[in-house]
Each structure stands twice: as C-alpha cells, then as structure tokens.
Ligand binder design. Structure first.
Ligand SMILES: [Zn+2]
Length: 455
C-alpha cells in the first residue's frame, strides 16, 4: 500500500516536472522571439511619430483606431473587430498663459489646463493666492480667506515612497478634486502642483472632475519648478497675484471604438483571455509610455504566439481600449458587451504602467486563483519577474472583475514613469527598445501559462 502511494506520488512529480519543463522551454522561445524578431518598437514608432497625440474624440484617436485595426488584420489574426463607444470630447484650445505678478515684476510659468476643466474666459483670471498642502488645511482656512482667491495645491508626491505609484496615489486627489474643494469655499481658480518627483518645466495634465452643485472654476497643473517659484515668491510676498488664461472646452460626446484582435482557441474557444492597453493618450504627448507601449506590447503578444506556431487552447484577445484617460468609457463598454454576449473571460492582463523593465504582475482574484499564478514564479523569475502577488489589475480591465475575471496588472520598474506621465516629453525617445520587448515577452509568457493551465 505504502509502495503504491509512493509510486503514484513519484509519477505525479515526474509529470509535474515534465509539464514545468515544457513550459520553461516554450517561455524561452517566447523571449527569444520577442528579443530577436520583436515588432513592438517599430509599431510604437509609428503610433507616436506618425499618429501622435490621441485624446478621445480627436482625429489622432481615430487614426490610431484605423491603424491598429489594419495592423492586426495584416498580422493575420483570426478576427479583428471594433466596438462602438461614445466618448467625452474635451479640447484644450490655444496654449495657456500664466504668470506670477510680484510688485512690478511678471514671471511667466508653465501651466496646462487639466482635462475636463472649463476655460477662464478670454481675459483670464487674476487674483491673490492661498497655498495649501491638503484639503484639511484648505477647510481650516475657511471661506473668509479663500473667497475670490486662486487656491494653489502644492503637496508634492512623497519622494520616500519606493513605488512611485504609491506616491502618485497620495497626491493625485489635489488634481482630481482640488477645483471642487476650492470652489466650495468661493475660490475662482485652482492651480495644482504637477504629479512628479522631478524638478523641471513640464506641466503634467490629467483628468479632474467637478462635484455637483459647486461652481465650475478653471483649474490647471503648474510645473514643479513653477510651483517651487510660486511658493517661494508667496513666502516673500503673500500679497502677490497669479494670472492664468486657458481656452479649454467640452464638446458633445464623440463616437469612437475599442479595437479588438483575436486568435481563436483550439480547445476551449469560449474561454477568453484578454491582453490590453489603452489607445487614447493625453493631447500634450505622443503617449509613448502612457499607453502606446501597452498597446503595441499587447499586439506583440498575439504575434509572438502565432509566429511560434503556438495554437492556444483558449481564445486570446488583444484589446486597445479607448478613453482610459478621461472617462474609462472603453473599459466599461468592453465589460458591458462581454456580459451582454455571455462571454466567459477567465483572465485579463493590462499593461498601463509604462514600457520599462519588467518586474512582475499584480493579481486581483481569489486567494486560490492568486496562489495558482504565484506558483508559476519559478518559471518567470529567471526573466526578472519576481514581484508576483496581490496588486492592482488595471483601469481598463477593472470593470471585468464583476464577471469573475482574474485581473493581472503588468508591473514594470516604476522609477521613471512619472518623469514623463501626461507631459509633452512622454515621447518615443523615452522608451527603450530592450525594455519594451522584455515587457511584451513577459506578458506573452503569462498569457501562455494562463492559456495552458487556466486558473
Ligand atoms: Zn495610462
């Protein structure tokens, strides 16, 4: 009896090792293909240099839809299709102007209207400034001190946080809700320190939203150098004034699309695995790290599988989501359609943290599902994927969680992401070919394991 059990255990172990070995051989091939014949970098060059900024509703966004559809058709994927989605259509208008007026001296500073903000009117806004580091500090000042002023939100991202996304999370409420909190106390404008740890002259735009029942006041990001100068000037002269003019406008919603390409599963075609990024970008940038990288990496995942002759058991989809930046309509629409069409999405992988050196994946799922994926670590760690555990999935795939889909957020190194995020310098030149290709291979390896073993 004892002997029988031992033999059985041994057989299971041998089987397990063989499976692991087959997996490790395939993963090696995936990396070889990505690093020797990778296409993602040239695709990114086209998306950033030939198409450029792709804010929802813009002609750039439409060109990106047309081009990625055509690209996936050229790759010979089994099916390529669009999903209609209505998206917000905000436009910046003419470039903003801003200066600090300190006595007779006017010093120009770089600002960028926040996405969704109203304009200042053609004459701009000029007023005294109250500087705060938090909403608590703002409320403590009260309407007496804030009414008729411009509120300057100057809490920096915490430089001691090792993961820069944590630092971003600790500061971004100023950008998202600062205008509303300021308007509640009668302010006439809100200026927000850019979300970055670097000190430079690039304002970082990003989305904001207005609360209901509160006046809509104009709001803009100021570069970190500009914020430091404003703060220093205020400490010397609390009575200085700040002037800004912006010309932004919200137009009626526009029709746009998610772009989907798929390789149909050979054994379980009804089980779907998504790999994706978002196709829209902010208007100031080429959207190279955010999120052109995630888009080209996702298409590259399917190309790698196809070129290696891997016939997935399940259906693998590359999804270019539309409108992550200022509405998430594409992600919501994708999940709504999945529900309506009774599609079974077992897993979704998103790359939206930049095209940097891969570190791992964050997982959203049950403890059992997470444990199964964490058990693949020995297969992935040789490629630098050591951070595999609970974590965020991704904004676009987030709505799939209600369907029971297990979510995976690709985690590259975070140290440089916010040097570029939502600025004019998030361009092709900021992306390393090597790092981008390693990311695509990492995603392909995970998708391969998900397809082979399920969750
Ligand atoms: Zn993004």
């Amino acid at each position: 009896m004892m002997k029988k059990t031992l033999t059985l255990l041994l057989m299971l172990l041998v089987g397990y090792c063989r499976a692991q070995n087959a997996d490790s051989v395939t993963i090696r091939k995936i990396y070889n293909e990505a690093l020797s014949n990778g296409q993602s970098y040239e695709w990114l060059r086209h998306l950033t240099k030939q198409i450029g900024p792709r804010l929802s509703g813009s002609t750039g966004a439409q060109k990106a839809v047309d081009w990625t559809k055509q690209l996936m058709e050229q790759q010979g994927f089994d099916r390529v299709f669009l999903q209609d989605v209505m998206v917000p259509h905000w436009v910046r208008g003419a470039k903003e102007e801003a200066y600090i007026r300190n006595g007779k001296q006017k010093t120009t500073v770089p600002i960028a209207a926040l996405g969704g903000s109203v304009a200042t009117g053609p004459k701009g806004v000029e007023a005294g400034v109250v500087e705060v580091k938090s909403f608590t500090e703002l409320r403590a000042l009260g309407a007496d001190k804030v009414k008729g002023k411009i509120v300057f939100f100057n809490r920096p991202m915490d430089p001691t946080k090792i993961n820069t996304f944590e630092a971003y999370g600790g500061a971004v409420e100023q950008r998202a809700n600062g205008a509303t909190e300021a308007a509640k106390l009668g302010a006439i404008g809100a200026i927000v320190r850019s979300m970055t740890n670097v000190h430079d002259d690039n304002p970082h735009t990003g989305s904001m939203r207005y609360g209901t029942g509160v006046p809509l006041i104009p709001t803009a990001a100021i570069s970190t150098n500009g914020a430091d100068l404003l703060s220093k000037s205020l400490s010397e002269n609390p009575n200085l004034t700040f002037y800004f003019k912006q010309n932004s406008e919200t137009l009626p919603d526009a029709k746009s699309y998610n772009v989907v390409g798929e390789i149909r599963g050979s054994e379980k075609p009804d089980e779907i695995i998504v790999v994706g990024g978002h196709l829209d970008s902010w208007d100031l940038s080429e959207g190279a790290h955010d999120d052109g990288s995630g888009c080209v990496q996702s298409i590259e995942v399917l190309r790698i599988l196809k070129s290696l002759g891997i016939k997935p058991k399940r259906t693998i989809r590359a999804v270019m989501f539309m409108n992550e930046e200022n509405g998430l309509r594409g992600g919501v629409q994708y999940a709504d359609l999945a529900k309506k069409n009774n599609e079974k999405h077992i897993a979704a992988v998103e790359s939206d943290n930049g095209g940097f050196t891969p570190r791992g994946f964050g997982i959203v799922g049950t403890p059992d599902q997470r444990a199964k994926a964490i058990a693949w670590k020995p297969l992935l760690a040789p490629y630098g994927l050591t951070e595999i555990g609970p974590g965020g999935g991704g904004a676009d795939i987030g709505p799939l969680a209600t369907l029971g889909t297990v979510l995976f957020g690709f985690k590259p190194d975070t140290q440089r992401y916010f040097d570029y995020h939502h600025t004019a310098v998030d361009r092709f030149e900021a992306v390393s070919q090597r790092e981008l290709e390693l990311g695509a291979a990492s995603m392909a390896a995970l998708v391969y394991l998900l397809d082979q073993h399920g969750l």
